[in-house]
Design a protein around this ligand. Structure first.
Ligand code: BDP
Length: 606
């Protein structure tokens, strides 16, 4: 069990959540001297930087943008005197990739993993009614003992540099909000919910974990604020007559208020927006409330101009508007769990999420996205001596993700890895441990999968049997037989699909990635690779293949928008497979997808 509660920070009758976002002091530790020189007490220099944001894209000096190593953040906060008597925490939405937190020069916590929240308990160390100095040391190096995987090399001038085994820029820093929290000592720590629904009645099985003393009471209200059910005790079942179900495109939310009481005294109160819905796989179908759904949507990134991977509330809103416009109903949080606000928005909008743990780059290659397709990178990744340590970090991230995200109705499935070397004979035990863990942790028993690259074929992949549904990343017409060979690509693709069909897996398949790089300025008739015309042609070809196989139950094109990657021969200032530009304007392919997706029924192929 995780040390602290990961409930989303809220203000309630009993809780205070203060956002500490804004300009923080900032220093890069070029000579790795911060520890020795006591930067935990005060960092040098006068530079300031926004939180939340990636640090990289503000600066005009390339050495700063590419900085690899320790970076230090500092801010001074007054901890209100009325917080005394509460349990007081700092809550970091994410610190990429690892952090050590100090208050008034004393270490309060450290955390490994750059995409999930963690808390620092400062109850004992905070000075109430006085100014407190918060210093955070963040390190953004990549290695093979933490996810995502990569290398950190040292250049001849002594500077460090990352070599990601993955295709997105190593944005880092305090990329999500930081909160100061005051919680009651007797408090609600976690809530688990599972649903069984019919049109007439829903049964919500609940369990509330608490800290300290008190008795639990629950109240459920509908969107108009009317109480529809209540319950007492930390475990039980709530029945709702004629429930308003949470549906695709119609994210109806009830509010579950959990209270902890001692006699007439309210010790703690927490409000959780919940959607009453059931997700299940039945044969080749993905069922939501018993009805089949065909997934239409995207693989995405948290990525935008200037703030990089920093949470950007305006970009979030625009992305959801574009998803509605184009007729999408789903996305995968490739290749890491996103900011919590994004799930809350998906809950309200009725958008389905495949939630992915940051396990990318489990395939040794300096350009995983390319070598993976050719098989060149296959070096028996799962036989490395670092594997036990990596698995530990992976399992912990998986636990943090499930604990954080399990109550979002939008989350319908877990993706446990992206494009790992699942052809390695040693991969199976590693995968099995993850699949078992996800099932054990999630009371809703959501379907599990991993996104498979092209080597993970029916004959070579050692792990696909573990998946509840199969998620394929396929680049026929791009990495495989592009341009004038597009017809060959189609034949090769159909041959692969025939092989999958012959296995009679009786499981749904989705395409979790497919697409082609497209530079928005390029137009050419007849088409050439990289032009807008070619992107449209590739998508049309691939869709015709999807449409020929009844067990294909979803398509999530790569990618929603163009995004930043490490520079290199394969990338034109980033990955250009976006259906939208990085500024969120449509390429021609967006109109093709809009036409297709608005006309495909939700239960297409059922
Ligand atoms: C896949 C990866 C994704 C890449 C994409 C690509 O899962 O991260 O960005 O291919 O090559 O290999 O565009």
């Amino acid at each position: 069990m995780l040390e602290h509660s990961l409930l989303y920070p809220l203000n309630t009758e009993t809780r205070t959540a203060l956002k500490l976002d804004g300009m923080w002091r900032f220093a890069l530790d070029w000579n790795s001297e911060g520890d020795e020189k006591g930067w935990k007490d005060h960092i040098p220099g006068r530079d300031t930087i926004p939180v939340p944001a990636s640090f990289q894209d503000f600066y005009t000096d390339k050495r700063i943008r590419e900085f690899t190593g320790d970076m230090w953040y500092e801010t001074d906060i007054v901890v209100p005197s009325f917080f005394k008597g509460s349990s007081v925490f700092l809550r970091f939405g994410a610190a990429t990739h690892r952090a050590v937190v100090y208050i008034n020069g004393e270490e309060v916590t450290r955390h490994e993993g750059g995409f999930l929240p963690f808390l620092a308990d400062i109850t004992e160390k905070a000075r109430y009614g006085e100014t407190n100095r918060i210093v955070v040391k963040i390190n953004n190096e990549l290695n093979e003992t933490n996810i995502p995987c990569g290398l950190t090399i040292t250049l001849s001038d002594g500077r460090k540099m990352v070599k990601p085994y993955f295709d997105f820029y190593n944005y880092s820093g305090l990329q999500r909000s930081v909160y100061l929290l005051a919680l009651p000592h007797d408090s609600i720590e976690d809530i688990d919910l599972s649903y069984s629904v019919s049109e007439k009645e829903a049964a919500i099985t609940y369990s509330v974990r608490t800290r300290g003393s008190g008795v639990v009471a629950l109240s459920l209200s509908d969107e108009s604020g009317r109480e529809v059910a209540s319950a007492d005790g930390s475990e039980g079942v709530i029945h709702v007559k004629n429930p308003h179900l949470w549906q695709v495109g119609n994210g109806y939310l009830y509010t579950l208020k959990a209270m902890l009481r001692s006699g007439s005294e309210l010790l703690d109160a927490y409000e959780l927006p919940i959607g009453i819905r059931e997700v299940r796989i039945d044969g080749e179908n993905i069922l939501l409330n018993g009805s089949p759904v065909y997934l239409k949507g995207f693989g995405k990134h948290e990525d935008s101009d200037i703030v990089g991977r920093g949470f950007n509330i305006g970009v979030m809103k625009r992305d959801f508007e574009l998803m509605k416009w184009i007729g999408a109903n789903s996305f995968r949080t490739s290749h890491y769990p996103y900011d919590e606000e994004i799930y809350r928005m998906a809950d309200r909008e009725g958008v389905l999420i495949i939630d992915e743990v940051p396990a990318v780059g489990l395939f040794e290659s300096l350009a995983n996205f390319f070598d993976a397709g050719t098989g060149k990178g296959a070096k028996s990744f799962f036989s490395k001596p670092t594997i036990p340590q990596l698995l530990e970090a992976h399992m912990r991230a998986l636990e943090e993700m499930i604990v954080r995200d399990k109550n979002h109705p939008s989350v319908i499935a877990w993706s446990l890895l992206n494009e790992p070397e699942s052809t390695d004979p040693n991969s199976y035990p590693y995968f099995k441990a993850l699949f078992d863990k996800a099932l054990e942790l999630d009371v809703q028993k959501r379907p599990r999968t991993f996104a498979m690259e092209v080597n993970s074929s029916p004959t070579k992949c050692k792990c696909f049997q573990l998946c509840d549904f199969i998620a394929l990343n396929r680049y026929y017409g791009w990495y495989i037989l592009g341009g004038n060979e597009i017809d060959e690509a189609q034949k090769r693709f159909r041959a692969e699909m025939d092989e999958w069909e012959a296995l009679h897996l009786n499981k749904p398949f989705i395409f979790s990635e497919y697409g082609a790089d497209t530079v928005p300025s390029e137009h050419k008739l007849p088409s050439v690779m990289w032009s807008q015309e070619y992107q449209v042609e590739v998508l049309e070809m691939l869709h015709s293949v999807f449409d020929s196989y009844s067990f294909v139950k979803g398509e999530q094109v790569w990618a929603f928008a163009d995004f930043q990657t490490t520079e290199g021969l394969m990338r034109v200032n980033g990955n250009k497979k976006g259906i939208f530009t990085r500024q969120r304007q449509p390429k021609d392919a967006a109109f093709l997808l809009r036409k297709r997706w608005l006309s495909l029924p939700v239960d297409y192929k059922s």
